[in-house]
Design a protein around this ligand. Structure first.
Ligand SMILES: *Cc1c(COP(=O)(O)O)cnc(C)c1O
Ligand SMILES: [Zn+2]
Length: 459
């Protein structure tokens, strides 16, 4: 196939490479994760990042114009595994960096220092579309007709919509979704059902669903769309390119992101490592990955167990044993932030690499903090689903610690739209006050159908 791109095992003791034409979700030799790698010397990468600016305004109906409209494929030279006419796009990634001065003030940061990368503005309302456009581009190249994923909701919504748009002569690809029973917010379930996915609600949590999806990919002719699929992460790299673009190509001090399966975290580290290698940025920002208290495997692995990337010689056996321990002690993820309710992050090893490359830190925030900072994000005009707010709650914690200063330039990734999980929002605002941080609930006021009463309430 295309000789520019290849797949490669991430473990330094193996490093086996494979053609991109092979549908793989792990190294056939050693079982570790795969990366997409490139022979950069064969790619016409622009000399400077601002060359990408021009594509915002490409007119016309050509395949190039379609690719330029996408906030993923605008950067196609930085994920060069497909030709421009092979790209499966529905116009994802047209998200921009928002300067959030009012929120900055609330958490003791200077104006012009805090930015929110609002990925809720994607076609299905979460950052997952960035990854799916890339994974469907390769699935179509490989003539796959059935795709599957395990999902806490957003992956299934994104996969289902791209499946509905793919496939030959009007026959859509079949989308097969595994969701944990009672584990999915209704906004997301609604999307999977509406886009026609075969939706299997199994009696189990995300981690159980993940095992089944992998089993089906191995035993049936089904292409896996979880972030084990290395092509998905190529699309998600562009979230970082857009942050840089929003800062006029200046590198921020910190990127803050919620950590679930660690697909985003993995993609972000790879993005910056490649930009640095290509000489397109002078330095790499730091990253803070934020776990929810009921799902903080990464925090534990990094801060207590001291698991490290170790120049690619990470302890993959140790990771397996750790997950087995969690299974044995019946340790189950539990958080209101359902999108990060994941106890066995499949990309853990790549997450360790990102923490190494980006000199990262890992923190845990409580569900109460998540909801209170979610309310703050809403209060100042952005809004997001619970998991996304872990980023701001994490920033608040790191400000209190002094790890992040008032002058640092920080970009928080808001991973999903607020309408994904309206129940969480309404329940928060319906309850009384009481929490110490974030923004207080905004309870609706019960009032008589009477002008004087209304006047009093308004004053
Ligand atoms: C998937 C998802 C996450 C978790 O991202 P990972 O890449 O799995 O760590 C966080 N927030 C939202 C809204 C998501 O949909
Ligand atoms: Zn290997």
């Amino acid at each position: 196939m295309c000789e520019i791109a290849y797949q490669q095992c991430i473990h330094a003791d193996c490093g086996a490479t494979f053609d991109i034409g092979q549908p793989l979700f792990g190294c056939p030799k050693c079982g570790n994760l795969l990366d997409v790698g490139y022979h950069w010397d064969k790619v016409a990468v622009p000399k400077s990042l601002d060359a990408f600016n021009r594509r915002w305004t490409t007119p016309g109906r050509s395949v190039e114009a379609r690719a330029d409209f996408s906030g993923v494929w605008r950067f196609r030279e930085l994920l060069p595994f497909a030709k421009v006419d092979e790209i499966a796009t529905i116009g994802e990634g047209r998200t921009i960096l928002q300067q959030a001065d009012q929120i900055a003030k609330q958490i003791g940061m200077k104006s012009g220092r805090l930015f929110l990368q609002y990925e809720g503005f994607n076609p299905t309302g979460s950052f997952k579309d960035n990854g799916m456009t890339a994974a469907f581009t390769i699935a179509r190249k490989l003539d796959r007709t059935r795709v599957a994923c395990a999902s806490t909701g957003n992956t299934s919504a994104a996969m289902s919509v791209y499946a509905a748009h793919s496939g030959d002569s009007g026959k859509p690809m079949q989308a097969i979704v595994f969701v944990g029973e009672g584990k999915i917010a209704f906004g997301k379930l609604a999307q999977a059902l509406d886009y026609g996915a075969l939706t299997l609600q199994i009696a189990g949590d995300f981690d159980a669903c993940m095992k089944r999806a992998v089993e089906c990919a191995e035993k049936l002719d089904v292409y896996l769309m979880n972030s084990l699929n290395p092509f998905r992460l190529e699309g998600q790299k562009t979230i970082m390119f857009r942050i840089l673009e929003g800062l006029d190509w200046q590198v921020p001090d910190w990127i803050i992101v919620p950590g679930g399966n660690l697909g985003n975290s993995s993609a972000f580290g790879k993005a910056f490592e490649e930009l640095k290698t290509l000489g397109l940025i002078p330095r790499i920002p730091r990253i803070a990955i934020i776990n929810a208290a009921g799902a903080n495997t990464l925090d534990h692995a990094w801060n207590q167990k001291k698991m490290r990337w170790n120049e690619g010689k990470f302890d993959s056996k140790g990771i397996c044993e750790y997950f087995d321990e969690l299974d044995a002690s019946n340790n189950k993820a539990k958080t209101i932030a359902s999108a990060i309710e994941i106890g066995r992050p499949v990309n853990l090893a790549k997450g360790l690499r990102t923490l190494d490359v980006m000199n990262g830190v890992v923190r845990t925030v409580t569900d109460e903090e998540i909801l209170a900072f979610k309310a703050m994000i809403g209060r100042y005009g952005y809004g997001c689903e619970p998991a996304s707010a872990a980023s701001l709650a994490g920033l608040h914690q790191l400000r209190n610690e002094g790890m992040i200063g008032p002058d640092d330039k920080v970009a928080c990734v808001l991973t999903g739209h607020s309408l994904k999980d309206p129940d969480a929002t309404v329940n928060y605002h319906m309850k009384g006050s009481g929490q110490q941080v974030g923004s207080p609930p905004n309870q609706p006021v019960q009032i008589a159908d009477d002008f004087e009463a209304i006047k009093t309430a308004i004053n």
